[in-house]
Design a protein around this ligand. Structure first.
Ligand code: EPS
Length: 415
């Protein structure tokens, strides 16, 4: 354990030897969130702790993001039931944050159909809708073994990507904070089922506009048609499809994250955030895996300087991060989503209790949720960036944060 000079009030622990130690404040710990809730429980909840006071925040702002997450061609029957909306239970008054914990709640409309099965009380119908057949690709089997459950429902309810609804709500708070500082987050789908979308030559604002007009949040209308046809084909075949989304962030100051410690490197923090989204199997920053194929002379971004622009680059293969630190270029990060493992065309598996092989029964499912994952990607990237912004600039009110950032930027201009 490392002893550090406290910057803010830090938790103090009693050391076994009787000495008091300060716990090292982890990167991002000033701002954090937790989520709670089951897919067919009454609601999903998030507590966001560490947002400064004075941030304008409305239900409409968050609901817009929730609606985007529910959209996208290829969604299944559940989305016809839900109409996600946020309820503020604490931390916001008159459209502004107060500086205390913000509690966000998204109710599950499907709860009406599950209230007896999912009841927390001893009278719950626990024999209802029991799941004993683990689906390959889900948390079903490993979760049931680890938590010693005989009914896989006790795992799948929490493992479900339904949880991402409230993660988008929490991420939207981070996104709003970034917007106030002139930082913009744009997401778009760049690949579904191997169909590549071309967005070269478009600015992030153009990409955002084109993606907003697309049924699959893709900036390439030709690719969109091919992808919709592929989703239709997969649906007819009882199959599911994965893909890749990209998040671009502009307006980031130089110097977020740090090279000095492994858990402060921003690329690592972002990769963890994106990888934590259900069904994500790969993360890439900038040219990512492609860099492995290039000689060093073609893999880096040469440095230029003019009085007018300061330091700048002509290319952005690093995706805006060098040495774990933002370099002033746009952040570009991609997440690869595997095809949803709940299939109409089931895979072979083995019953948890009888150990008999079976072919899974058909369950309601989405065919493709890559557009939804893109919105979740924007949310988790926003939250992580809000964490490192507050880590570097601090401030208990938005005004103080803005002053701190402005002073840093003014100092940078004198370099
Ligand atoms: C999910 C299974 C489906 C999806 C769900 C994620 O739900 P259900 O089991 O109720 O049909 O619709 O996604 C959402 C509910 C959502 O809001 O995105 C899963 O198993 O992960």
């Amino acid at each position: 354990m490392e002893i550090v000079k406290p910057r803010k009030a830090l938790p103090v622990v009693q050391h076994p030897a009787g000495l008091f130690y300060f716990i090292k404040e982890m990167s991002g710990e000033m701002l954090r969130y937790l989520t709670a809730g089951e897919s067919h429980g009454p609601a999903l909840t998030a507590i966001v702790d560490g947002i400064p006071s004075g941030l304008p925040l409305t239900k409409d702002y968050i609901d817009q993001q929730l609606a985007r997450r529910q959209g996208g061609y290829g969604r299944g029957g559940r989305m016809a039931i839900e109409k996600d909306q946020v309820h503020f239970l604490s931390g916001v008054r008159g459209g502004f944050t107060l500086g205390g914990p913000i509690t966000l709640q998204v109710q599950n409309r499907d709860w009406a159909n599950w209230s007896e099965t999912m009841s927390p009380h001893p009278g719950a119908k626990l024999d209802d809708r029991v799941v004993t057949k683990p689906r390959p690709g889900h948390a079903d089997l490993s979760g049931a073994l680890k938590y010693n459950h005989r009914d896989i429902r006790n795992i799948l309810e929490r493992a479900s990507a339904r949880e991402t609804a409230v993660r988008v709500a929490a991420g939207s708070v981070g996104r709003k904070l970034l917007e106030e500082l002139g930082i913009r987050v744009t997401g778009h789908v760049v690949n579904i089922a191997g169909v590549e979308a071309q967005a070269q030559g478009f600015s992030p604002a153009e990409i955002a506009q084109k993606a907003a007009e697309s049924q699959i949040y893709c900036a390439d209308a030709q690719a969109e048609q091919k992808i919709i046809a592929a989703i239709e084909q997969a649906k007819a075949a009882g199959d599911s499809l994965g893909g890749i989304f990209e998040v671009i962030v502009t307006g980031l100051p130089v110097g977020l994250g740090s090279h000095v410690q492994w858990d402060r490197r921003l690329d690592g923090l972002l990769a963890q955030a994106v990888m934590s989204i259900q069904a994500i199997k790969g993360v890439e920053i900038g040219s990512g895996f492609g860099l492995a194929n290039l000689p060093g002379s073609q893999a880096h971004d040469e440095i230029f300087y003019t009085q007018e622009r300061g330091f700048f680059r002509e290319t952005n293969r690093a995706g805006g991060i060098e040495g774990g630190i933002t370099n002033g270029e746009p952040l570009v990060i991609r997440g690869a989503m595997k095809p949803i493992p709940t299939l109409y065309k089931p895979l072979r598996s083995v019953d948890l209790n009888t150990k008999e092989p079976f072919v899974a029964s058909i369950e309601r499912s989405d065919i493709c949720a890559v557009p939804a994952a893109c919105v979740v990607g924007e949310a988790v990237v926003s939250f992580t960036l809000a964490q490192v912004v507050l880590d570097k600039f601090g401030g208990d009110s938005l005004e103080e944060l803005k002053q701190n950032l402005a002073a840093y930027q003014a100092a940078l201009r004198t370099v």
